[in-house]
Ligand binder design. Sequence first.
Ligand code: PMP
Length: 310
Amino acid sequence: MGSYAYFRQHIVPLEDAKVSIVTHALNYGTGCFEGIRGNWNPEHEQIYLFRMREHFDRLMRSARTLQIEIRESVEELCEVTVELVRRSGFQEDVYVRPIAYKSGEVIGVRLHDVEDDLNIFVAPFGAYLDADKGIRCCTSSWRRVPDTSIPGRAKVTGIYVNSALAKTEAWMHGCDEAIMLTQEGDVAEGSGENIFVVADGQLVTPSPSAGILVGITRNTVMELARTELGIETSERQIPRSELYGADECFLTGTAAHVAPIIEIDNRQIGNGAPGLITRKLMDLYEQVIRGNSARSREWCTPVVPAPVGA
Ligand code: PMP
């Protein structure tokens, strides 16, 4: 057992996948990436890759924005990923990180006439946020980069400086996560998550026009809420002040799963504990990502070929 990487179109041991310090993407942030979860199911002795195809579809769209040419098809990328995770032999939750980037060893800020490459690595990865008790958030003084500057819907490596500034500011204020606002001051998203509010038994989340990354977990939660709980989601502008009066609030993301927010800017959300609808969604999400529900058949890829779902 050991970690492997897909590097220069071959699967190699992780320690052999190295790039030069001259690499364009390292110097200018000219890459785009994905985060895909592999979720370990101890009863099935199986890792399920969650919505892998949708992640690679998004990577393709991000790459088009950055004029990065990806040689592999989505199908091939899925096959390589399954093989990487299988060979690595982990029996725990993992994180798969594909990155398409300007690999040319040249100086000069541009997208044209620079070589491209695509790497994938896999690493063990447990909980990202400690979601059991609920998390404490603060709105950031750093505004979300607008679509007119760097498109947030493309998962561009360089744009994550914006997220890192916000996350560390939140941490320095004793919070678990930052909530970033748009340039106009409406709610956008967390540093690495989308955000939902529960109001009058319905879900509300910022629309893609707020410059957010349109999350795959966000979509999963909207689907589960509608089909399993009969709860609709409205995608609309959310003023910051609406957060403080929310009945419930939570974050969604591949790394964070569904994470209940119990405090924002020192104001208690709801009764200060994860809310009922949030807990139902956390549970449904947990079941589906581990291959334990009917919907898993559609969304989960087993790493060792086997029937999926209940
Ligand atoms: N917003 C940002 C800024 C993110 O980095 C992420 C994590 N990829 C998300 C939202 C959630 O997206 P997803 O559910 O596809 O992981």
